[in-house]
Design a protein around this ligand. Structure first.
Ligand code: HEM
Length: 222
């Protein structure tokens, strides 16, 4: 994503802001690879927001411009069918349970009309890592928002929260929904599974051996 082809993919809109922030750290510590820095920042952000400790290992080797993948390999938020999410994530070796666990990250942050075109947060506490993506998805009535932007859903009662069509597939698809129900009931299990699958995501393409040191960082407020 450092290079124009991948930075310009629609699904990466807005991530230039995060890359810019991290470049300030890269300038101070040029010896860390971008791959290590970005994944380490992800681990730190999740933990600082109250999420689980995620095992982290160093040693990613950065790709070059010619390694940029073609557009279309990232999930399309406007696709309401489970098949699309499966096509994207199965190719990377994830199963249904892991897809649902990863999507729990949408408890954090929000959509921006000037980035993805969608609008609003998924939960009322978007700076805290919780299992509320699942509890909100199951606990509220979701209706299509009437607006001039892309199709998205809002909670009927307060109209303050949102779901993407791709998020809705987590409750309309039977296999996905099973896991949404597990994680809505059991935040501890969600944290454990999220930590495992995020380590897997962050280590895709890395051939770490058994001897590679595993770091577990403590949040600064612990
Ligand atoms: C089917 C898969 C996914 C789709 C379709 C999807 C789609 C989106 C979209 C459209 C946005 C809004 C971007 C913006 O307007 O700024 C977003 C934001 C976000 N996504 Fe996803 N996403 C998916 C999977 C994931 C995964 C696997 C993670 C992490 C494990 C994740 C974490 C986030 C976070 C934290 C934000 C908030 C960013 C912010 O506040 O600026 N998403 N996602």
């Amino acid at each position: 994503m450092r290079f124009k082809p991948e930075a310009g993919h629609g699904a990466n809109n807005g991530l230039g802001i995060a890359r810019e922030r991290l470049n300030r750290i890269k300038d101070q510590f040029p010896e860390i690879s971008y791959g290590d820095l970005w994944t380490l920042a992800g681990v730190a952000a999740i933990q600082e927001a109250g999420g689980p400790t995620i095992n982290w290992r160093a040693g990613r080797i950065d790709g070059q411009e010619t390694d940029s993948p073609p557009e279309g390999r990232l999930p399309d938020a406007s696709r309401p069918d489970g098949k699309h999410s499966r096509d994207i994530f199965y190719k990377m070796g994830f199963n249904d349970q892991e897809i649902v666990a990863l999507l729990g990250a949408h408890a954090m942050g929000r959509c921006h009309p000037d980035r993805s075109g969608f609008d609003g947060p998924w939960t009322a506490s978007p700076t805290v890592f919780t299992n509320t993506f699942y509890t909100e998805l199951l606990g509220r009535k979701w209706v299509e928002r009437k607006w001039s932007g892309p199709k998205q859903f809002e909670d009927k009662e307060s109209k303050s929260l949102m779901m993407l069509p791709a998020d809705m597939a987590m409750s309309t698809d039977k296999e996905f929904r099973k896991w949404v129900e597990v994680y809505a009931k059991d935040e501890k299990k969600f944290f454990e599974d999220f930590a495992k699958v995020t380590q897997k995501l962050f280590e895709l393409g890395c051939n770490f051996d058994e001897k590679t040191k595993v770091y577990q960082f403590k949040p600064t407020n612990a």
